[in-house]
Design a binder for this molecule. Structure first.
Ligand code: PEP
Ligand code: MG
Length: 588
């Protein structure tokens, strides 16, 4: 197939620019839904061996499922664990197993092929019946069949964690746990058919400096594994079999970008101060202990957003208090005395633990996510809070809660936090008694009652990614509504302004930590609206600092006033882009 593709000459696919940069290399097409099941005929005398393999895989799968069931019951409760009982029932279904054995003995095909064929017959049969209960059985059979086949074939969860060489991964979708589990040095870039610019996989790619294009419809059909690809993460283009001219052109683009970056890097270590000497605080967003190195490299004023769910996603588990404490301590200690703002667990939406905490929700971003999950699972929440508190004895920690919708929820989270403190006091463990506890503002209701919330919070951090998604009712993962997901929308700007004003009125700091804060076109606008703290992916920080040092506060305020008076998002984007371009006019 790759050969056919080579004969096609250069083909260009258009998507959405996800993570900047250019990558060139061979494709690896990753189809999550399909396993590559081998099919080969054996001799009749091999049947006993094949059936023994099946029995071994059944045993292994049962053990895996009961381990997961046990963990889920312990951590999430009995009700959530019961789904795995249904999985066990599939494995104990004598009729199904007998049919697989019969299939093998009569066809003499390898056992994985026979199992797949029989399971598929069941799935097809149940699928035709219009009954909710049977539909759920189909999902169970699919899940179990996949796990059993992987065991039969001696495979890991899926092949994406073990890329054989530097590859550009092409997929329908990549979950944050997929991205978190890939080896950075083998992943040259990625292309997905779905997703938006603030999908969590894209956010991770940006901080790892992996070029990415999302929303590239047809990519998995057009591209075959081993096709030669060029990914343009600046403009959202994918070239299949790039021509010599294309490669040459991109070589030049890369050289130009490198020169600019060198220029931005001259701001590393210089004060973040505007021309009129306003101090701005620039912090970094991280999701992993390993990110601390890049925070140091760019000399950020600490961490403004530690997305702790990254830890859970990498482990695909709920790590216990001690384990989390060690990780938080490492970050906090190595960045002290700079503060680390640790955000409590934000699972849900596009961030799920595979096979452990995967809720089948129709609207996952509006569902059981972040603080909603933590408030209903106080034990998991407190494990984390105690770990964070203990780490606070080693440097400067601030805590913030994600997805707060109003004061009631914040106070409830704070109450559980007080309990965690009491528990540590009982255990005589040290922590900072003056930790500041703040709230993310990322739900429109929270933005509207920011004045009320400000009475209770020590600080605000505006999560523009979710704030835009929820204000515009435009799923941040859905490329079809990506045009609505626009930070320049007047509604978004008014909400941000309102939150900043509420913070200023109450004298609490307001930071912006969504992707908008790291988009250089918005830097002057945000400063002009009164935001004095930005938290951005570490690789972007030098560019933002470079800009801050070129901005005059008065001009920024005028820019903000003008933008806030405008009605058309396109005009606002034009206005701020031309301001940004004029700042850069001198550096080429
Ligand atoms: C946000 O929503 O802007 C934010 C920073 O949180 P996350 O992207 O992790 O949802
Ligand atoms: Mg968010």
């Amino acid at each position: 197939m790759a050969l056919d593709s080579q004969n096609r000459g250069e083909i260009v696919l258009r998507g959405i620019a996800g993570s900047p940069g250019v990558a060139h290399g061979p494709a690896f097409v990753f189809l999550q839904s399909e396993l590559d099941i081998p099919a080969y005929e054996l001799k009749p005398e091999d049947s006993d061996g094949e059936i023994a393999r099946l029995e071994e895989a059944l045993l292994q799968t049962r053990q895996q499922i009961s381990k997961i069931r046990h963990e889920i019951a312990r951590k999430l409760g009995e009700a959530e664990a019961q789904i795995f009982d249904a999985h066990q029932l599939v494995l104990e279904d004598k009729a199904l197993i007998d049919e697989v054995i019969h299939e093998q003995r009569t066809s003499h095909y390898n056992i994985e092929f026979c199992f797949h064929r029989v399971a598929q017959r069941y799935i097809d049969f149940f699928d035709t019946i219009d009954d909710e209960y049977l539909k759920e059985r189909v999902a169970d059979i699919r899940d179990v069949a996949r796990r059993l086949l992987q065991n039969l074939m001696g495979q890991q969860e899926h092949g994406i964690q073990k890329l054989s060489e530097g590859r550009i991964v092409v997929s329908q979708d990549l979950t944050p746990s997929d991205t978190a589990s890939m080896e950075r040095d083998k992943l040259l870039g990625f292309i997905t058919e779905s997703g938006g610019t603030t999908s969590h996989s894209v956010i991770m790619a940006r901080s790892l400096q992996i070029p990415a294009v999302v929303g590239a419809h047809g990519a998995t059909d057009e591209i075959s594994s081993n096709d030669d690809l060029l990914v343009d993460g600046y403009d959202g283009l994918v070239y299949i079999n790039p021509s010599e001219q294309t490669l040459y052109r991109y070589g030049k683009i890369e050289r130009h970008r490198r020169t600019l970056q060198e220029r931005y890097n001259t701001s590393i270590g210089k004060r973040s101060i505007t021309i009129d000497r306003q101090e701005i605080t620039l912090r970094a967003n991280i999701d992993n202990v390993a990110d601390v190195d890049s925070v140091r490299t760019v000399q950020a004023a600490g961490v403004g957003l530690f997305r702790t769910e990254g830890i859970y996603l990498r482990e695909n588990d709920f790590p216990d208090e001690d384990k989390q404490f060690e990780l938080y301590r490492e970050v906090v200690e190595s960045l002290a005395p700079s503060p680390v703002v640790i955000r409590t667990l934000d699972l849900g939406g596009d961030k799920n633990l595979k096979g452990m905490f995967e809720l089948d929700e129709g609207n996952p971003f509006m569902g059981f996510r972040a603080i909603r999950f933590c408030l209903q699972h106080p034990d998991i929440f407190k494990d984390q809070l105690r770990a964070i508190l203990r780490a606070s004895a080693y440097g400067k920690v601030k805590i913030m809660f994600p997805m707060i919708s109003g004061a009631g929820e914040f106070l409830e989270a704070k109450r559980i936090y007080e309990e965690a403190r009491d528990e540590l006091n009982e255990r005589d463990l040290p922590f900072d008694p003056d930790i500041e506890v703040g709230s993310m503002i990322e739900i429109p209701s929270a933005a509207l009652v920011a004045d009320i919330l400000a009475e209770h919070c020590s600080f605000f951090s505006i999560g523009s990614n979710d704030l835009i998604q929820y204000m515009m009712a435009a799923d941040r993962m859905n490329e079809r509504v990506a045009h609505l997901f626009d930070a320049s929308n007047p509604a978004v700007l008014r909400a941000i302004k309102r939150v900043i004003d509420a913070g200023v009125a109450k004298g609490i700091p307001v930071s912006v930590c969504g992707e908008m804060a790291g988009d250089p076109r918005y830097t002057a606008l945000l400063l002009g609206m009164g935001a004095h703290e930005l938290s951005v992916a570490a690789p972007t920080l030098p560019e933002i600092n470079f800009l801050v040092r070129m901005i005059d506060g008065k001009a920024a305020r005028m820019l903000a006033d003008e933008a806030l008076d405008m009605h058309d998002p396109l005009e606002i984007t034009e206005l701020i882009s031309s301001f940004h371009n004029s700042l850069l006019a001198d550096i080429g």
